[in-house]
Design a protein around this ligand. Structure first.
Ligand code: ZN
Length: 171
């Protein structure tokens, strides 16, 4: 299936306010970011700290102030997987995803104009198949996680059926 909508995910901005119905108070993005530090969500590399969110066995890196564009179905799973319990009350504390959707791009209107040479990642028409192939190679470098096939479990499901229909009936 070709994804028709994409979202931009980013680490919650420090100023963002969340209303917590349980306490009747609100908390802010900076509280969530602080909790990320407490929970050791941050990792470090040469470019600085980043948060890692897993989905379907893939790790997605998120840096502060940087938005990542992913197909909407992946985006909503990543967002759900980024939920952390904020505060000291581990049982009742509010659970807030540290990723937020900063932009949603609905592609439904442009579906009719979509050509076979349109890039499924960014939605731009590459006009010819050789160009699309080259373009996809670049997309692959930029978003290797989007190109890895999800592990299917179908092999595990194909267990040999136990016995045959006659087994129990034979006298
Ligand atoms: Zn593209």
């Amino acid at each position: 299936m070709i994804e028709t909508s994409q979202v931009q995910l980013a680490i919650v901005s420090p100023d963002k306010e969340f209303y917590v119905p349980e306490t009747g108070q609100s908390l802010h993005g900076k509280d969530v970011i602080k909790q990320m530090t407490i929970n050791r969500v941050w990792h470090n590399d040469k470019q600085g700290r980043f948060a890692m969110v897993q989905y379907a066995g893939q790790c997605f890196k998120f840096r502060e102030g940087e938005a990542k564009t992913v197909p909407e179905s992946i985006g909503s799973r990543l967002r759900a997987n980024s939920a952390i319990c904020v505060g000291t009350d581990k049982l009742n504390g509010p659970i807030v995803p540290f990723l937020e959707i900063v932009k949603r791009t609905e592609m439904s209107e442009s579906v009719s104009t979509k050509t076979p040479t349109t890039c499924p990642i960014c939605g731009e028409d590459q006009l010819s198949f050789p160009k699309l192939t080259r373009h996809l190679a670049q997309e692959r470098k930029k978003h290797p996680e989007l190109f890895q096939e999800e592990k299917t479990e179908w092999e595990a499901d194909e267990k040999p059926s136990k016995g045959t229909a006659t087994d129990g009936d034979v006298d």
